[in-house]
Design a binder for this molecule. Structure first.
Ligand SMILES: Cc1cc2nc3c(=O)[nH]c(=O)nc-3n(C[C@H](O)[C@H](O)[C@H](O)COP(=O)(O)OP(=O)(O)OC[C@H]3O[C@@H](n4cnc5c(N)ncnc54)[C@H](O)[C@@H]3O)c2cc1C
Length: 423
């Protein structure tokens, strides 16, 4: 597998050292056990830190809202990170490698292709249904020895106190109070923690709905991920097992009801018209799942003895497949800093966290937003420029290498757990 470098194993040894002086001295309360909160809880447990994880949904993959049918494109760095915290061994068998990426725009010349072998790696990333990643996280959570899990349980109120926060948690057995030195909001796009901290957000409604489902194309996908832009929004096809593909089709929000009620033949026709015939006829449509798309960006990542991670910190358009990839880098950076500190909520630690996340976060959010704006603008004058940009990404090796590295999730000042030596 890919995460076999000295740096990563050194990190893992450090994180799991049983006689670490920090063991059980840190007290971290994580609100939200979605993909990012669960990953953070596991990373902290591996570092010997006693954390508590509070999640509204029951601990079953079918109960958790985001452990659903969306197919996640996991960047190479993400898989390194999941392997370092012991999650990937529970998921690897169900993941499909992405060895090639093909980006194009309907009606315009030029396309960009990135190939794993040209970048000197076995895969650029992997595709995995969120349901399978959720199941792997739950299995790994069951192995944690220092973690306290409360689920189903919901954060109902917060009070500031000297040196931390007092949280009122609603459980099936009544209300519980938990005091913590560091409160982590991993509670998703409409974060209650963020609101309680008084952190403002910047919102953008893309006026788009995504439909997610599986299809089986006539021709083998050959582990190639496709992203195709069009005036009406992007369409993506991600490689899955058994020759299936995960289809992501974007439509304008005011057309969503009509698309939702289309019969399968009409929906396939629409997907075919938007994607084209590169993989031949699309067949065997799976169940369709709609998602309304918004961008929500917190104006600050931290408050007094509190920090936001994952979608609570930033929710981005799924077009660039960046949300969880970015959120995992939040979680692993935070775990790394907490593991090396004596006080997990110290202002210097939180300032360091915000500084370390800034460039990755801003760059990834700008890229996801810019991609949607540029790719979907109905601007005929832009067409030649767009085509030239795609051609440049395809033909100019340094540009392609830079793009590939970012696409593989090696951005900003990454957490040690995701690193490896790339050619
Ligand atoms: C269609 C689609 C496709 C996507 N594709 C990709 C992709 O290819 N690659 C990628 O990297 N990302 C992708 N994403 C984004 C990714 O799914 C999200 O970024 C990720 O799920 C965010 O995880 P999270 O844990 O931060 O938030 P969430 O998954 O929203 O989890 C938040 C959790 O907090 C819990 N909670 C909320 N309030 C409380 C409370 N008061 N008390 C206790 N618990 C609470 C909720 O029950 C929930 O389980 C996609 C998203 C969509 C919609």
């Amino acid at each position: 597998m890919c995460c076999n470098t000295g740096r990563v194993s050194a990190y893992y040894r450090y994180m799991t050292a049983p006689d670490s002086p920090e063991v059980n001295r840190h007290d971290v309360l994580i609100i939200g056990g979605g993909l990012v909160g669960a990953s953070l809880a596991i990373a902290l447990d591996a570092a010997g830190i006693a954390a508590t994880l509070v999640e509204t949904a029951a601990p079953r993959a079918d109960a958790q809202p985001s452990y659903d049918e969306r197919n996640l494109a996991l960047a190479r760095a993400t898989v390194n990170g999941l392997a370092a915290i012991g999650v990937w061994r529970h998921a690897a068998a169900r993941a499909t490698p992405i060895r090639h990426i093909h980006v194009s725009r309907s009606g315009e010349f030029g396309s960009a292709r990135i190939d794993a072998d040209k970048q000197g790696v076995d895969a650029l990333g992997w595709t995995l249904p969120a349901r399978e990643l959720g199941a792997a996280l739950l299995r790994r959570l069951d192995e944690c020895t220092r973690l306290t899990r409360l689920a189903p349980a919901t954060l109902a109120a917060l009070q500031p106190m000297a040196g931390g926060w007092r949280a009122q948690i609603k459980t099936a057995d009544g209300m519980r109070e938990i005091d913590t030195e560091l409160l982590v909001g991993a509670d998703g796009t409409e974060s209650f923690v963020r609101t309680q901290l008084g952190i403002d957000v910047e919102r953008h409604d893309y006026g788009q709905t995504l439909f997610v489902c599986t299809v089986t194309p006539e021709r083998d996908h050959q582990q190639r991920a496709y992203e195709r832009f069009a005036d009406d929004g992007p369409i993506a096809l991600l490689p899955l097992a058994e020759r299936r593909c995960g289809l992501v089709l974007t439509v304008a929000a005011d057309e969503a009801d009509a698309v939702a009620t289309m019969d399968d033949a009409a929906f396939i026709e629409l997907a075919q018209q938007r994607f084209g015939w590169r993989l031949g006829r699309l067949t065997r449509l799976g169940k369709r799942h709609p998602y309304a798309i918004h961008r929500v960006a917190a104006q600050q990542l931290t408050g007094p003895r509190a920090v936001l991670v994952g979608n609570a910190a930033q929710t981005v358009h799924p077009i660039g497949a960046q949300g969880f990839n970015l959120g995992l880098r939040d979680a692993l950076t935070l775990a790394e800093l907490v593991a090396a500190a004596t006080d997990p909520g110290a202002p210097e630690l939180l300032a360091r966290y915000a500084a370390r996340r800034a460039s990755d976060r801003e760059g990834t959010m700008a890229m996801s937003h810019g991609l949607v704006r540029l790719a979907c603008l109905r601007q005929p004058l832009l067409a030649p420029l767009r085509s030239l940009a795609l051609l440049a990404c395809d033909r100019v090796p340094p540009l392609q290498r830079a793009l590939a590295r970012r696409g593989m999730g090696f951005r900003g000042e990454p957490p040690l757990a995701v690193l490896e030596r790339l050619p």
